[in-house]
Design a protein around this ligand. Structure first.
Ligand SMILES: C[S@@+](CC[C@H](N)C(=O)[O-])C[C@H]1O[C@@H](n2cnc3c(N)ncnc32)[C@H](O)[C@@H]1O
Length: 396
């Protein structure tokens, strides 16, 4: 979206697929002879064998040659445009020919997936493979044209001069924002409910990643890695943590919040306006964990911490005492005033002076008061009254 609106952007993810997907997404669409591309693939003699010991576990051996040749063709392609249009369809169809259950959040073999493969084996699966590929390529082309139309000017495509940085395969925990950013949008992992690198493993092997590279990435994934302890100032975090008995789950819980809150607090210092957090429902042993509330609470507190804690406590204590004194004086003065007015009325009545009603205590309807209130609102609008630097809004 940033690109469509002509805003500079930076993308980060531990998963190297981000780079591949970004290249596809920003590709300017043009016509492609899909049938001819697939014919070339069928004729190609190039082969590519992923460096994966578990290949036989995930793919029926009858499919091996077809997949090796299809991916051999992909890796040998010189035309970048065809390559970009082919990559996502090829990944999707390869998965369809595997024992992976695509409905599950983690890479896993299921009886349903085994049945699918058996059904494929009984069919004209070579024809099916190319037919599926063709449909998927057309789908990518359609989506690319659709993306161009999102541009606010409709006819024109997204501006070409948008500056962007894509950091695919990076660890957020050690990455720095070099320049200040206006907004930060993030969707942190859902605690331990997804294993993103394990899920992407199959795609990464076919794209040419080695077992060592994938293992290294898995070891960096949040929350399956140990991170240095971080102060979590959220009551809810501590309450929920106390209810987790299993040691390993408690460790995952800690690692998760230490990593996410730590990264957002650190990166937030380089963000001048807003931070957006997308989170879905996450649970641990059936107990719902409101990630958003915990993170928003901690990060908002951090943004308000411009004064060191001791000074902040002293300042709030002093202002508390001053406010109480002021309130006491005001109440006292008002009482004296009311008593004086009552005495005045009493004397007026008993000495036969004409009756004069007491002034209205609520003066909001009077023009002078209205003007004063409007001025107050204007002051707030003009930010004369200081606000915390990040106006996070949280709506459950
Ligand atoms: C909920 S997904 C969000 C994916 C994507 N950003 C989106 O919005 O659709 C969480 C992402 O966190 C990434 N992730 C996990 N650990 C990470 C780490 N240490 N550094 C960077 N990204 C990490 C995962 O690869 C995964 O893509």
């Amino acid at each position: 979206m940033a690109r469509i609106y002509g805003c500079h952007y930076e993308l980060w993810d531990l998963n190297p697929l981000l780079g591949v997907l970004h290249e596809v997404a920003v590709q300017k669409p043009k016509d492609l002879d899909v049938a001819s591309l697939l014919r070339q693939m069928q004729m190609s003699k190039e082969t590519f064998v992923p460096k994966w010991r578990k290949l036989d576990y995930w793919f029926h051996e009858d499919f091996h040659q077809l997949l090796f040749r299809a991916w051999g063709f992909y890796h040998s392609l010189m035309d970048e445009y065809s390559k970009r249009l082919l990559v996502v369809p090829l990944l999707k169809v390869t998965r369809h020919f595997s024992y992976d259950d695509v409905q599950r959040q983690k890479l896993s073999k299921s009886p349903k997936a085994v049945q699918r493969v058996q059904a494929l084996l009984k069919s004209d699966w070579k024809r099916k493979f190319f037919h599926m590929l063709e449909e998927e390529i057309i789908e990518v082309l359609k989506k690319l044209y659709e993306y161009q139309r999102y541009s606010p000017e409709h006819e024109s495509s997204p501006p070409a001069d948008v500056k962007y940085t894509v950091k695919a395969g990076v660890d957020t925990m050690s990455e720095k924002l070099e320049e200040e950013a206006d907004i930060l949008v993030t969707s942190p992992p859902y605690l331990q409910s997804h294993e993103y690198i394990r899920r992407a493993k199959m795609d990464l092997f076919w794209l040419g990643f080695s077992e060592e590279e994938i293992k290294r990435l898995s070891e960096l994934e949040i929350p399956y890695r140990d991170v240095p302890p971080h102060r979590i100032r959220s009551e809810m975090y501590w309450k929920l943590r106390d209810r987790i008995d299993a040691h390993h789950l408690r460790r995952t819980f800690d690692n998760y919040f230490w990593a996410v809150v730590g990264a957002l607090e650190r990166l937030g210092e380089m963000v001048s306006s807003h931070m957006f957090l997308f989170v879905g429902r996450a649970s641990m042993r059936g107990r719902s964990i409101p990630i958003d509330q915990i993170v928003v609470h901690c990060v908002t507190l951090t943004c308000l911490k411009s004064l060191p804690t001791r000074e902040l406590a002293l300042a709030s204590c002093l202002s508390g005492v001053l406010c109480s004194l002021l309130l006491f004086v005001c109440v006292y003065l008002k009482l004296i005033y009311q008593k004086a007015r009552a005495l005045q009325q009493f004397l007026r009545i008993h000495l036969g002076l004409p009756y004069q009603p007491m002034a209205e205590s609520n003066c909001h309807s009077q023009p002078a008061c209205k003007r004063r209130n409007i001025r107050k609102l204007e002051m707030i609008d003009k930010k004369i009254i200081p606000r915390p630097p990040f106006p996070y809004t949280y709506q459950p």
